[in-house]
Design a protein around this ligand. Structure first.
Ligand code: 4NP
Length: 156
C-alpha cells in the first residue's frame, strides 16, 4: 500500500502526516508494508525542509521531520500511489483537476479516516500560532490511526 499525503506547501501538514503515519505504522503495525510520502499542490517551497514550527512540534511528540524535503505533486504520483490523501477541500479539488487519464490512485480527504475528529479538513497552520501546529499533530494522529485500522482490516 502506497500513500501520498498532499497539502499546499508540503512544509507543514503533509510532512507531519507522513512522519506520524510512518512512526505509528512501524510501532503498531509492522506487518503492513506501507510506502509513505508527501507532496504539495504548490511549488513555492520545493527542496525546503519542513517549517521549523512543524519540526519542533513534531519532535516534542517523538516525530522526526528533519530529513524530509518539499516537492510538488506530479502526474506520475497518480499512477504510483494507491491513495492520495488531501488535507483540505482546496487541495482535494486541485488533485481531482490534475488527475490524468488512466490514473490509478484514489483521491480522498485524509480526515475521512478520522470520522470522530469533528473535522473534515486539517486547517492550514502557516499563518497562525503554535496551537495550529498542535492541532495538525492531533488530527494527523487520529487520521493515521484510522487509516492503519482500515488497511489492516482490508488485509484480513
Ligand atoms: P502546508 O502549509 O500546506 O501545510 O505546507 C503552508 C505552507 C506554506 C504556505 C501556505 C501553507 N505558503 O503560503 O507559503
Amino acid at each position: 500500500m502506497k500513500v501520498l499525503f498532499v497539502c499546499l506547501g508540503n512544509i507543514c501538514r503533509s510532512p507531519t502526516a507522513e512522519a506520524v503515519l510512518r512512526s505509528l505504522a512501524a510501532r503498531e503495525a509492522p506487518q503492513l508494508s506501507l510506502v509513505v510520502d508527501s507532496a504539495g499542490t504548490a511549488g513555492y517551497h520545493i527542496g525546503d525542509p519542513p517549517d521549523p514550527r512543524s519540526q519542533a512540534a513534531g519532535r516534542a511528540r517523538g516525530y522526526d521531520l528533519s530529513a524530509l524535503r518539499a516537492r510538488q505533486v506530479g502526474p506520475a504520483d497518480f499512477h504510483h500511489f494507491d491513495l492520495l490523501l488531501a488535507m483540505d477541500e482546496t487541495n482535494l479539488a486541485a488533485l481531482r483537476e490534475r488527475s490524468p487519464a488512466g490514473a490509478r490512485s484514489r483521491v480522498q480527504r485524509f480526515l475521512d479516516y478520522a470520522p470522530g475528529s469533528g473535522h473534515r479538513e486539517v486547517p492550514d497552520p502557516y499563518y497562525g500560532g503554535p496551537a495550529g501546529f498542535e492541532q495538525v499533530l492531533d488530527l494527523a494522529e487520529q487520521g493515521a490511526r484510522g487509516l492503519l485500522a482500515v488497511i489492516a482490516s482490508r488485509r484480513g
